[in-house]
Design a protein around this ligand. Structure first.
Ligand SMILES: [Zn+2]
Length: 212
């Protein structure tokens, strides 16, 4: 069986398994538990448009999660089938930002690629943030001005309450000398943000909006 789970789907399944686990701990009613089990299974299977029998069987094992140990074992089995973010070389990333002459691309640890839906990093000296991901199989890089906010807020990309900052990008308007600025609050820590992502939809909508 090849890898078939996206990072965001993996996080979604983990979250559903935690909800189920919580149900086991807080309820003694077996019919309630049974209903929660089937609902969890249905929800995680719905995340996939097509699955082979083996794949569906693996995903459906979510309903067997009854305690913390089951969860750990299940997550590690699942993770073997998570598709890592495609490896990118520094030159490929630099080519996305031709205007940034002294771009410092961060090194990303080996184990983290399966947790990633995008690559994102802050450049403190210049107050800029960079984001690289694939949208419709095309590698896209966006950069913007970034100011850290003093208060926690909902991140546009992962929809969790996190330490955020305002990301502003300037795009071309209808006429050649017109520009439009667009801003959204997004996570300061892109690694944390990636771990929160349970659906790529918000990420892709954000990228498209910032690209203009
Ligand atoms: Zn986030």
């Amino acid at each position: 069986m090849d890898a078939f789970i996206r990072s965001d789907q993996y996080h979604y399944i983990k979250n559903q398994a935690h909800i189920l686990l919580n149900g086991h701990m807080t309820s003694n009613d077996s019919s309630v538990k049974q209903a929660l089990k089937s609902m969890t299974c249905e929800k995680v299977l719905e995340q996939f448009s097509k699955l082979t029998d083996d794949e569906a069987q693996l995903v459906a094992q979510v309903q067997e999660v009854q305690d913390e140990t089951d969860a750990i074992l299940y997550f590690s089995r699942l993770k073997q089938y998570v598709t890592p973010f495609p490896t990118l070389y520094e030159d490929q990333i630099k080519a996305l930002f031709p205007k940034a002459k002294k771009l410092k691309v961060p090194s990303i640890g080996e184990g983290d690629w399966k947790e990633m839906s995008y690559i994102g990093w802050n450049e403190p000296g210049t107050n800029r943030k960079y984001i690289v991901t694939y949208v419709d199989n095309e590698l896209i890089g966006i950069e913007g001005h970034y100011t850290t906010s003093r208060h926690k807020n909902i991140c546009t990309i992962c929809h969790e309450q996190e330490k955020v900052g305002l990301f502003t990008s300037t795009i071309k308007g209808k006429t050649s000398d017109e520009t439009i600025s667009r801003g959204n609050y997004i996570c300061h820590d892109s690694k944390k943000c990636n771990e929160n992502i349970q659906s790529r939809d918000n990420l892709e909508a954000f990228i498209k909006r910032m690209k203009g």
